[in-house]
Design a protein. Sequence first.
Length: 355
Amino acid sequence: MITLALVDDGLFDAHESQDGPHPENPARLGAVRAALEGMALTRRDLAPRDAASEELLRVHAEAHLAKLGALDGEATWVDPDTFVSERSVKAARRAAGGAIALVDALLDGAPRGAPTDGAGSDAHIDYGFAILRPPGHHARRDRMHGFCLLNNVAAAAAHALSRGKERVLVLDWDVHHGDGTEDIFRRDPRVCFVSLHQAGIFPGTGLANVRGEGDGHGYNVNVPLPPRSGDADYAAAFARVVLPIVRAFEPELVLVSAGFDAHANDPLASMEVSDRGFGAMTSGLLDALPDRGRGRVGLVLEGGYDRAALTGSVGAVLAALGGERFVAQGEARSIARAAIDHVAKTQHDVWKDVG
């Protein structure tokens, strides 16, 4: 049975639009929590923790934190899609701090906090999952947007670098391109950012030829896929591009920006991934890592706006972490293969095993 370090906090439920229903709402966490019930795993809850300003300044500008701080206690809109309520700023700092705490748990092996099964607190940690709100991967160094206030996964990756890690992989399978994470690490070769996303939708970034800048050139890998891409299409992208890069990069830590809005039932996109498709992506990732990545794979919740799809997809991911083997069925469509071919050719100069 695997041991899963878990980040969750009631404060995350306090982030809620005051102006009626919004896709990014507290019921999402209820759907994820439902997936955790009855799973065959040992769960270790991490103590709540707020991100310190110095930790956030690794990935955000001072002006960004000042603007966010000025919104504390307010209920307003940052942009037409992104809201804050009275406790949203506190929730955002707790979410970023939770992602950082997850990294500490993975690197140290034994988190603070009482295990739910009564086992000793010094037990090894196999994997981690931070079920956070608000999400983060659209938050840029100096901009809140796309439902995101602070970039949780970026803060976590930067924390790992501060602890001496030199190769951190951020795998973003949210259906929307992680433009904030790309912005933050575009010049840093220590962080390899790989994003699979639906081409042409919000935020309008993520072209295959955007590959990082300066020393970071080649360590930004965008895999835009056509609408209606499903399990087989994602599996082909993993086999052709993602997993060869994972093996070549040899990450010391893997953080997954785990959005589940590429699901066929999600209302905000037009992809056709199934519950089992997310399990297959997880199985493929673990197969590419030594010792199946035990002790160095953490998932950070991003999008996913259909509750049943969230429960089913998270359940499949947890089952894959526990050792169940998922394999995508069918063949990739020709339109998806063409998109993947383009990515492979674009990346081949840096990643020789791609293509």
